[in-house]
Design a protein around this ligand. Structure first.
Ligand SMILES: [Zn+2]
Ligand SMILES: [Zn+2]
Length: 258
């Protein structure tokens, strides 16, 4: 059975057929989905994600303020997240981090809010889900100063960084999750990195509705397609797809203490 360790199925893209999407995932052998609630922390987006998790035994939940929305994070947002994570199916704080590609929030605000959320996650004894884009050294510096002594570490989700970042992430005890990007025709460099990541640190995800893997390109992405990410990683590591499902599933359960 496969585990999609990062999906966004609570959003409007799935309003028309969410239950069918969840059924298709199960039919494809995807036993578990970690749904990640993002958006304006004051909009009700986190409540929506938590409610979806409450309704489905196969769905775990993460909530946190995405770097895009860092400018909207304040004490009230932090209080709300802390309250919502008391639900037992909320297993991570995220996604949080730095995105210097889109710069939807000012960089200094992103860095400050990233640190605040790392501290809050530590207080709550929750692992974190890291989103980082075009901000590798800044991300690692903050993690080394804020999270080096944390007992619960985190996941670099939708990994698309350098070999250097992958090695540093592994050395500070983080997991690395690959999305459909690793199946893309032009992703040879990323595949070379994925091949080097130790099996016990690997996770698979869709990050749906975005980043649809080959051979489903052009369609909306959904958790059932995480099988294609597993297939690609299995080939890179020279093991059967069933073994990759087993390893990444075991990694997920061990990491989240499920
Ligand atoms: Zn992300
Ligand atoms: Zn995401």
């Amino acid at each position: 059975m496969f585990i999609d360790s990062h999906a966004h199925i609570d959003g409007p893209e799935f309003d028309a057929d969410r239950e069918a999407v969840i059924k298709r995932a199960q039919a494809a052998g995807v036993s578990t989905i970690l749904n990640v609630g993002t958006g304006d922390p004051h909009s009700g987006a986190f409540e929506r994600a938590v409610e979806l998790g409450r309704q489905h035994a196969s769905i775990y939940t993460a909530i946190g303020t995405h770097p895009h929305d860092a400018r909207l994070y304040d004490a009230a947002a932090e209080k709300k997240i802390k309250l919502l994570i008391s639900s037992d199916h909320v297993i991570a704080w995220g996604e949080i981090g730095l995105d210097f590609h889109y710069d939807n929030s000012p960089r200094d605000v992103q860095a400050e809010v990233f640190k605040r959320q790392l501290r809050a996650a530590r207080e709550c004894d929750l692992p974190v889900i890291i989103h980082t884009r075009e901000a590798e050294s800044e991300t690692i510096d903050i993690l080394q100063s804020e999270y080096a002594r944390a007992e619960r570490r985190g996941i670099f989700h939708c990994f698309s960084g350098s070999m250097d970042l992958a090695q540093k992430a592994v050395s500070i005890g983080f997991m690395i999750s690959f999305s459909g990007i690793v199946t893309f025709k032009k992703a040879d460099e990323l595949r070379a990195i994925a091949k080097q990541v130790p099996l016990e640190r690997l996770l698979i995800e869709t990050d749906c509705p975005y980043l649809t893997p080959v051979p489903h390109r052009g369609k909306r992405n959904e958790p059932a397609y995480v099988v294609e990410v597993a297939r690609c990683l299995a080939a890179l590591h020279g093991i059967e797809i069933e073994a990759m499902a087993e390893v990444t599933g075991e990694n997920f359960r061990r990491f989240f203490r499920l």
